[in-house]
Structure formats: structure tokens, C-alpha cells
Design a protein around this ligand. Structure first.
Ligand code: GDP
Length: 328
């Protein structure tokens, strides 16, 4: 059996007193990254949107001057689940494209030693069969339900390559799969499927409703990564990976939406039934990453089983419902 080193064993010295900017550091994933960095002794700067609007280069440059980072983890993004991509494709396109370009340019000008771009599995071709391997990244257009988000994030990989060639800039690009856990968006227009289902089942249980509506056919297959595992993987990659080629970060395990809905149904304690609304989009039929390069490069794999992660997330949601529901 392969033994993966624990997070603490390898990261403690690398992060101690390191100056790190985490864009999106107050957001869902960013919060978990920041908590870990602080535990590891890093000097973390979290730029807030009201102070630094990253759609302007001026704000990005000011952020770098104020923080003087050695490492930048660019996790800020305007995104969400399948529905927000249908509601606001223009905003998703513009904000993510411009933020990525500006932050990387400002990081280069500020002589940042390592830039960690947080990318997405939505960048992969949307109509491939099988698991998504890094070598397939450029072999087709993303699925039309997520194309605006997927392509703009992927442009950071193009920018990184150009900057490497011209300026010797060091960047890595991590391709994350669907995340879930405490602190996600539970807003029905914005949420990804796990948060959406947890909210629906918990609310139906409280209201003693007869049924819960789940979107699509139930057939699409997704991979779900617990946000704390993801934060571990990002820090590990930031330390150990120097390859400019994008790197998948996930579990490599596919679960159908039907199975996810049935498991969430069971764990939530809701006693009613599930109704499938097939007028809502299925999106990509299979979005599961090939994580073999990740395992080899990082000597690491996520440790939270989906059932355990769902249980923890349901418990968190039930005890933070008001706060969770009020997030945009
Ligand atoms: P995607 O991975 O980009 O497609 O994003 P999502 O996490 O939003 O959706 C994943 C799948 O879950 C899609 O097939 C959705 O149709 C399905 N799904 C089922 N019920 C829901 C729901 O209530 N909200 C969302 N966002 N997706 C749902």
C-alpha cells in the first residue's frame, strides 16, 4: 500500500514566514487555504474587493506593492454552478479573464517568485469520453454550459507560458474539480450541486415537504473534492510542483448525480421523495479528472470520502443555516 506523507511533514519549513497573497482569501476555497497557511507560519495577505478591484491593473499593482509577496495564489473568481453560467455568462467571462491577466501581470512586475493559478475542470473539452487527462486539455471546446468560465481560466495557462518564455516567470496551473464543503455558496442561482442539494433536502425536512426537486436526468457523472482536502493539495502543489504544464487536483472518483442525490437524501434525514426536473440542463455528461500525475508529483491524495464529507457539510449547514443562506 502506498503511504502518502501528511501535509505537516513536508510543508512546515517551506511556508514559515513566507509572504503570500491569496486572492479570494475570504471566499469559499480561499478561507481554507488561508487557515492552513497561517497554521504553517506564513505571512498571509488577503486583499479585499472593496480595497482592491482586480479588474483594474492599478489595484493589482497596489496590492503587490502593499504585500510584497513571494508567492501569489490566485483563487479569486466569479463563478458558481451550472445555473449561474446560464444567467451571467458575460460577467463570468469578463471578470475572470481580466482578473487573471491583471494579477499575473502585476505579479510579474513585482518579481513574485511563484504564481499559483487556480484553474478548473470546466476548461477541459466538454465532449470527451473517459477521465480527463492533462494531455487532453487543448483538444476541444469546453461544454457550452461552462465555456465562458472554462476558457477564461485556461487563458492563465497561456499567459504563464508566454511569461515563462519572455520573462522567465514561474507559474503553475492547478485544475480543480467540483468542490464542496463548509462555506460554499448555498444560493440556489449560484450554488454547485452538492450545496444546492444539501439546502433543498434540509429545508424540505424542516418544512416536512413531500418531495425535493433535483435537476436533470441524474445521469451526469461528477467528481467531488472536499474543500479542506483541496486546500491541502494546493499548498502541496505550490511547494512541490514547478512544472508549467497544468496539473489536475481531485479524487479521480466519479459519482453520478443520481447517486449523490440518493446519498444526500439519506444523510439529511429527509423522509420524502425525489422528483427529477429534466427541463434543467445536465451539462457535461462526465467530468472526472485523471489524477495519476498529481499522485506522482505531490505524493498525495485527498483523504475525505464523499460520504464523510457530505455528513460534515450537512452538519455545518444545519448549524450555520442563516449565515450560509445569506451569502451571495
Ligand atoms: P457543473 O459541474 O458545472 O455542471 O455544475 P453543477 O455542480 O452546478 O451541476 C452538476 C450537475 O448537477 C448538473 O448535471 C446539474 O443539472 C445537476 N444538478 C441537479 N440538481 C441540481 C441543483 O439543484 N443545482 C445545481 N447547481 N445542479 C444540480
Amino acid at each position: 500500500m502506498v503511504r502518502f506523507r501528511t501535509h505537516k511533514e513536508s510543508l512546515v519549513s517551506y511556508w514559515t514566514q513566507k509572504r503570500v497573497v491569496v486572492t479570494g482569501g475570504a471566499g469559499f476555497l480561499g478561507q481554507h487555504v488561508v487557515q492552513r497557511l497561517q497554521k504553517l507560519g506564513a505571512d498571509v495577505f488577503i486583499p479585499r474587493r472593496k480595497d482592491y478591484d482586480f479588474t483594474t491593473l492599478e489595484a493589482c499593482k497596489r496590492c503587490m506593492q502593499d504585500a510584497r509577496p513571494e508567492v501569489v495564489i490566485h483563487g479569486a473568481a466569479y463563478y458558481g454552478g451550472i445555473w449561474i453560467n446560464q444567467l451571467y455568462p458575460g460577467k463570468i467571462y469578463y471578470e475572470n479573464l481580466v482578473m487573471g491577466a491583471n494579477i499575473m501581470e502585476a505579479s510579474r512586475q513585482a518579481d513574485v517568485k511563484k504564481f499559483v493559478a487556480i484553474g478548473t475542470a470546466c476548461s477541459y473539452p466538454g465532449y470527451l469520453e473517459g477521465t480527463l487527462s492533462e494531455k487532453d486539455l487543448w483538444n476541444g471546446i469546453p461544454h457550452d454550459t461552462v465555456v465562458n468560465y472554462g476558457l477564461t481560466k485556461k487563458m492563465m495557462a497561456v499567459q504563464a507560458l508566454a511569461y515563462k518564455k519572455q520573462y522567465g516567470f514561474t507559474a503553475i496551473h492547478l485544475i480543480l474539480t467540483n468542490l464542496y464543503g463548509p462555506g460554499a455558496s448555498y444560493n440556489p442561482d449560484r450554488s454547485h450541486v452538492v450545496a444546492a442539494l444539501i439546502r433543498k433536502f434540509v429545508e424540505a425536512k424542516l418544512a416536512k415537504a413531500p418531495t425535493v426537486e433535483v435537476w436533470g436526468s441524474g445521469k451526469p457523472v461528477r467528481e467531488f473534492l472536499y474543500v479542506e482536502d483541496c486546500a491541502d493539495g494546493i499548498l502541496r502543489a505550490a511547494e512541490l510542483c514547478n512544472d508549467i504544464q497544468p496539473l489536475n487536483v481531485g479524487t479521480g472518483i466519479g459519482t453520478s448525480i443520481r447517486e449523490l442525490a440518493e446519498t444526500t437524501h439519506e444523510l439529511s434525514g429527509f423522509r420524502g421523495s425525489i422528483t427529477w426536473n429534466t427541463s434543467k440542463p445536465d451539462g457535461q455528461m462526465k467530468k472526472v479528472l485523471d489524477v495519476s500525475r498529481m499522485r506522482n508529483t505531490l505524493n498525495w491524495a485527498p483523504s475525505t470520502l464523499l460520504r464523510d464529507g457530505l455528513r460534515k457539510t450537512i452538519a455545518w449547514y444545519e448549524s450555520h443555516k442563516e449565515e450560509a443562506d445569506s451569502r451571495p
